[in-house]
Design a protein around this ligand. Structure first.
Ligand SMILES: Nc1nc2c(ncn2[C@@H]2O[C@H](COP(=O)(O)OP(=O)(O)OP(=O)(O)O)[C@@H](O)[C@H]2O)c(=O)[nH]1
Ligand SMILES: [Mg+2]
Length: 325
């Protein structure tokens, strides 16, 4: 494969080239990893940026329905939209959260939209890298907005928030006055909390839930990257297409303010540092996982157990073998 040619095609916005490049970054093969690295380095010189929007929500809250409706709103404004997913559960379920393309039927037919299902991968680190690289490819291909969906079941929100400019939390109207057990850490990441299904019989409950979250958000520590009235909670209905334009206005206002005040660039720089750090850590751990390293670990661990070597000395010996690897 000619990497320069592939890069040139991506830069013209060629979707087939983009799809092929994403397949390349998903591959674990050493030669593919090298080509992917070369491709990404090449494309980064174009310095194209999209608005990266992370979106999280528990199963059934309406993520797919929201992305379809919101995506159509954006393509209706002549914006190009890419949809990616981080799905740590896809290995278990054998499919992807975006496998339900029926819920995004209209969007998937739009010429200005690109939807990429999550690949099956067991380990979150691998999914994170693949998605982060896919985001970079979509930016190079000239997309204006990249939506990164994740199902809210734990660590994956952090992964998505660390690669997003804006982070949206989608919630359903709650029955009582409880805050749906949303973890404080997740709330602290949100720039906008959207109470979905604010329609029909659910409208009153949505109104209460929205008020509860407005209150809860006010109690959180103020973040430097927010103007006075953010983060905020608002109601939407993905089915009725209600509140979506308002939500988009809020996202644009927040983005504009962050760009003007230097927070956009600062955030991207912090994220780049974070991912550099993660890559180094993962690569070091991978070195511990080779058959040779594992057998050396076993051998030294036996020595430690039998008192022939102290834990610190054994660890130093182990690390010395890795340095030459
Ligand atoms: N009343 C109402 N129902 C909605 C709304 N949005 C989604 N739903 C319904 O909620 C159900 C789940 O919607 P999905 O869009 O599949 O939810 P999801 O978050 O993608 O679910 P997973 O992919 O399983 O994580 C479907 O039956 C939708 O029709 C809404 O705005 N109002
Ligand atoms: Mg879905």
């Amino acid at each position: 494969m000619d990497i320069t040619e592939l890069a040139d095609r991506i830069l013209t916005g060629d979707r087939r080239a983009l799809a092929r490049a994403i397949t390349l970054v998903e591959s674990q093969r050493a030669d593919h990893r090298a080509q992917a690295g070369e491709l990404l380095e090449h494309l980064s010189k174009a310095h194209r940026q999209a608005l990266r929007i992370g979106l999280s929500g528990t199963p059934g809250v309406g993520k797919s329905t929201f992305i379809e409706a919101f995506g159509m709103l954006l393509t209706g404004q002549d914006l190009r939209v890419a949809v990616l997913a981080v799905d740590p559960s896809s290995a278990r379920s054998g499919g992807s959260i975006l496998g339900d393309k029926t819920r995004m039927e209209r969007l998937s037919r739009e010429k200005n939209a690109f939807i990429r299902p999550s690949p099956s991968q067991t380990h979150l680190g691998g999914v994170a890298r693949r998605t982060r690289e896919a985001v970079a490819l979509c930016e190079a291909a000239g997309f204006d907005v990249v939506l990164i969906e994740t199902v809210g079941v734990g660590q994956s929100e952090t992964v998505v928030a660390e690669m997003s400019d804006l982070f949206l939390l989608l919630l359903a109207p709650a029955g009582g006055d409880e805050l749906q057990g949303v973890k404080r850490g997740i709330m602290e990441m949100a720039d906008l909390i959207l109470i979905n299904k604010a329609d029909g019989d659910l409208k009153p409950a949505a109104t209460r839930t929205c008020a509860d979250y407005m209150g809860a958000l006010r109690l959180l520590r103020k973040r430097p990257q927010d103007p006075a009235d953010f983060p905020k909670a608002m109601m939407v209905s993905a089915v009725e297409h209600e509140g979506l334009a308002d939500a988009w206005s809020e996202m644009q206002a927040l983005t504009g303010w962050r760009k003007e005040n230097g927070h956009w660039d600062a955030n991207r720089a912090t994220q780049a540092r974070y991912w550099f750090d993660q890559e180094v850590r993962h690569a070091l751990l991978a070195r511990l996982n080779t058959p040779e390293a594992r057998s050396e670990m076993d051998r030294l661990s036996g020595d430690v157990a039998q008192g022939r070597l102290g834990p610190t000395a054994a660890a130093e010996q182990m690390l010395a073998t890795l340095k030459t690897a």
